[in-house]
Design a protein around this ligand. Sequence first.
Ligand code: SAM
Length: 298
Amino acid sequence: MKSEGEGPVSVTGSRNGGAGVLYIVATPIGNLNDLSPRAAAILSRVDVVAAEDTRHSGRLLQHLGLQKRLVALHDHNERDRASGILDELERGHSVALISDAGTPLISDPGYVLVREARGRGLTVTPIPGPCALVTALSAAGLPTDRFLFVGFLPAKRTGRRAALESLREEAATLVFYESPHRILDAVGDIATVLGETREIVLGRELTKTFETFYSGTVAEVRSALEADPHGAKGEFVVMIRGAEPLDHDEAAGALDLDRLIRLLLPELPVKKVAKVAAELSGRSKNDLYQRALELKQG
Ligand code: SAM
C-alpha cells in the first residue's frame, strides 16, 4: 500500500509538465469523521477549492481550520466556470473539486470539468471516500454483484412511472437517490409499476444520528414509512431487488399478454381490457390496467 506521500499528490508535479493537479475529493455524507486524512491533506495543500455551494463547503474548511480560495462550480455555471479552472491548472495551480456531500460527479457537478481536464492532458486524481450509494448498498443485504445506479428518478409522476417501467425486467439491483419530499410518492409508484411484493431497502440519513434502514416488501416498507413520524424526513437511498429472470414459458406468456392487450384495446375500454387480461393470466388488474394504458399511448 502507498502512504499519503507516495501517491500522485505533488501539486505542480513533474509528471504533469508543471501544470497543477485536479483532485476529485470525496467529503462526508453526514458524519464529519468520515473525511479521510488524505482528503484533509489534499484540501490543506491545494491553491483553490471548487465547490458546489461555497457557503456549505466553507463550513467544512472552517472545521478543518483551513482558509482557501473557493470558487463555485454548480450545474448552472459548470460550462463557463470549467474553462477558468482549467486555465488556472495550466498556470500550475492545484485545484480540489468537492461537492456538498459525498463523491463529486455522482449525481453532482464535475463531469464537464473532468472531461475537459482529461481532454487537455491534465492530471486528474481521485481522492476516494464516502458515497451514499455504496454506503447504502454495503449494508442493505441485497445482491451487489450487479447493480444499476439510476441517480434521481424524474420528479413528476408520469416520468417516474415511465422510468420505472423501463426497469421492470432489469435483473440487477436497482439503486436510486430520492429527496424526502418525494419518497412516499416514489415508493407508491414503485408499488404500482414493480409490484407490492418486490424486496426493497431504504437507507435513510446514513452515517447520521437518525440512520435507519427500512427493508421488506414494497408494501411493508411503505407502511413502515407512513407509520414512522420521522419516516419521510432526511435523505434516502432506495434499493430494489432486481427482477427474477423469466423462464422461457413465462417469457412467452408475458409476450402473449402484451399481444392480448393490443388485440383487445381497439374493441374494449381500457378498464375492461385489464379485467379480461387479469382473468386470463391471474395477474393483478391494476398492473394490467397500467400496462394497457402504456400500450394504448404507444
Ligand atoms: N455525490 C453524492 C454521493 O456521493 O452520494 C450524492 C449527491 S446527491 C445530490 C444527494 C442525494 O444523495 C440525496 O438526495 C440522497 O438521495 C443521497 N444521500 C446523500 N447523503 C445521504 C445520506 N447521508 N443518507 C442517505 N442518502 C444520502
